[in-house]
Design a protein around this ligand. Structure first.
Ligand code: NAD
Length: 492
């Protein structure tokens, strides 16, 4: 186990065919985004290491009892959950240090929730109807008894981003393993330790057989493309940007490999004219600043009644300013650093674009004072833009909220849906049925009404339009990792 993130330690290993190994490509650094300091090193896998990982996953699927042994898989998943729970304190510090995740989030989506969710997938595998009877029929006059079986897809290539590494790594591993697949996990180069630690725990504290899970950390994005394009891989489960998702889909298309994509978003937070403006706008500010805006489903367009636009700007700017930035290690921090200098430059590019497009900042707009080390952006409210500006249409992935006026429910729905994305959304209103009616008209995979939380193991999550294909979590998420086989037998 890697140990406490503050301790000096050696490079994290790869997990290849059940062995924890340094791999063949040396190491690369992993950095604390709050300080800019190097935390330590991770094994830097090469194409040859990836090739070995895919071969091991293929072999484990084709020759071991894993795909057919549901009780064993269930036991292994519960072992993994227990191993992660035993190391929760160390993992919490590691996640805060490597991801810059505010501590409070590690009690939810950044750590504890996805760990618990492994149990939900184990329970589901245990109770799932793997086979069901369609009964007897006589198609074309031939008496036949028909059954439909669900079976694992095979080898899954899991390619993940850095913003919620445990959530996303485990939301792929959990259902993929519960369904009987074998997995090659290729995490983002910015958060190798969060993935490597999974490999270590799997090898050292579970009975998961060699080759069933392989963890391949690398500084080289091309290993993701290698995984997506390898004919031995049966399904690619990708979370990341829409641009990369498009490339993954094109690469996988060469072998007609099944793809599952969780991509970007520019979700709308709609405040109806009968809502409590103060509480709705304060909530929107909190949502936009959380984890420095680095969440794909964060609502980053705030749509408010035109006649109350100025008032809404004031409330929201005040709330964002009060939130400010803070050390992710502190209990009260909502907005920590962004992940890297590269990400900060990207966000700053959008802030410059907002000004060029005619916008102004009601608060924030740059780097906070007194934080020379690490990668920081102030919570920012952009005013004076329209929904057709790039700042209002493109995903920024920083603590940047764009506020836009609407002219009533129909107009709010039109604006919310006028986006290339369709991942999530929120509606706040005094009349619950009216708010619900607006929610039903949003072309998005999830919607929160008056503060409801959709995030849970049993809730399918995913996007319409360019936010993705397929669903993660829930029964729908589990079934992404299954094939369907129909068997017809002549009755004896
Ligand atoms: P990214 O697309 O740059 O990288 C994601 C992963 O893809 C990394 O592991 C990367 O190494 C790999 N990769 C890069 N190029 C590749 C290629 N050509 N082929 C295969 N793999 C390749 O994303 P990121 O910057 O790590 O994460 C931020 C993005 O992720 C944001 O756009 C965000 O919205 C999105 N995201 C979406 C969800 C969701 O569920 N919808 C969740 C979290 C993050």
């Amino acid at each position: 186990m890697l140990g406490n993130a503050s301790a000096v330690r050696g490079p994290s290993p790869l997990l290849l065919d059940g062995r924890l190994t340094a791999g063949s490509g040396g190491t690369f650094p992993t950095v604390d985004p709050a300080t800019g300091e190097t935390l330590g090193e991770a094994a830097d896998a090469t194409a040859a290491d990836m090739d070995e990982a895919i071969a091991a996953a293929r072999r484990a699927f084709d020759t071991s009892s894993w795909p057919a042994d549901v009780p064993f898989r269930v036991r292994c998943l519960r072992q993994l959950r227990e191993a992660l729970r035993r190391h929760a304190d160390e993992l919490r510090e590691l996640t805060i240090a490597e991801v810059g995740a505010p501590r409070f989030l590690t009690f939810g989506g950044q750590l504890d929730a996805p760990v618990n969710d492994l149990g939900w997938f184990a329970d589901l595998a245990e109770s799932y109807a793997w086979e069901h009877d369609l009964g007897r029929a006589e198609p074309m006059g031939v008496p036949s008894v028909r059954r439909v079986r669900r079976e694992p897809v095979g080898v899954v290539g899991a390619i993940t981003p850095w913003n919620f590494p445990h959530q996303i790594n485990l939301a792929k591993l959990g259902p993929a393993l519960a369904a009987g697949n074998t997995v090659v996990l290729k995490p983002a180069p910015d958060t190798p330790w969060c993935a490597a630690v999974l490999g270590e725990l799997i090898a050292e504290e579970t009975d998961i057989p060699p080759g069933v899970v392989n963890v391949v950390t690398s500084s080289d994005h091309r290993l993701g493309a290698q995984l997506a394009g390898d004919p031995r891989v049966d399904a690619v489960s990708f979370t990341g940007s829409t641009a990369t998702g498009r490339e993954v889909m094109a690469t996988a298309a060469r072998n007609l490999t099944k793809v599952f994509l969780e991509l970007g978003g520019k979700s709308a937070f709609i405040v109806l004219d009968d809502a409590d403006l103060r509480s709705a706008c304060s909530y929107a500010a909190f949502a936009a600043a959380t984890h420095a805006g680095q969440g794909c489903a964060i609502t980053t367009r705030l749509l408010v009644p035109r006649e109350r636009y100025d008032e809404a700007v004031q409330i929201t700017a005040r709330a964002l300013t009060k939130i400010g930035v803070g050390d992710p290690r502190d209990d009260g921090t909502v907005c920590g650093p962004v992940i890297s200098a590269r990400q900060r430059a990207r966000v700053e590019g959008y802030l410059e674009l907002a000004v060029r497009e005619g916008g102004s900042f009601a608060c924030g707009g740059g780097r906070p004072a007194g934080r020379e080390n690490g990668f920081w952006i102030e919570p920012t409210l952009v005013t004076g833009l329209t929904n057709d500006c790039r700042t209002a249409r493109e995903e920024i992935f920083g603590p940047v909220l764009v506020i836009l006026p609407h002219d009533g429910d129909d107009d709010a729905v039109r604006l919310a849906n006028d986006s290339p994305y369709g991942l999530s959304g929120a509606v706040h209103g005094g009349d619950a049925e009216r708010a619900r009616a607006v929610a039903r008209r949003l072309r998005t995979g999830t919607v929160s009404v008056n503060g409801g939380v959709w995030y849970a193991a049993d809730v399918p999550f995913g996007g319409y339009k360019q936010s993705g294909i397929g669903r993660e979590m829930g029964v729908a998420g589990f079934e992404e990792y299954l094939e369907t086989k129909a068997i017809a037998e002549s009755p004896s």
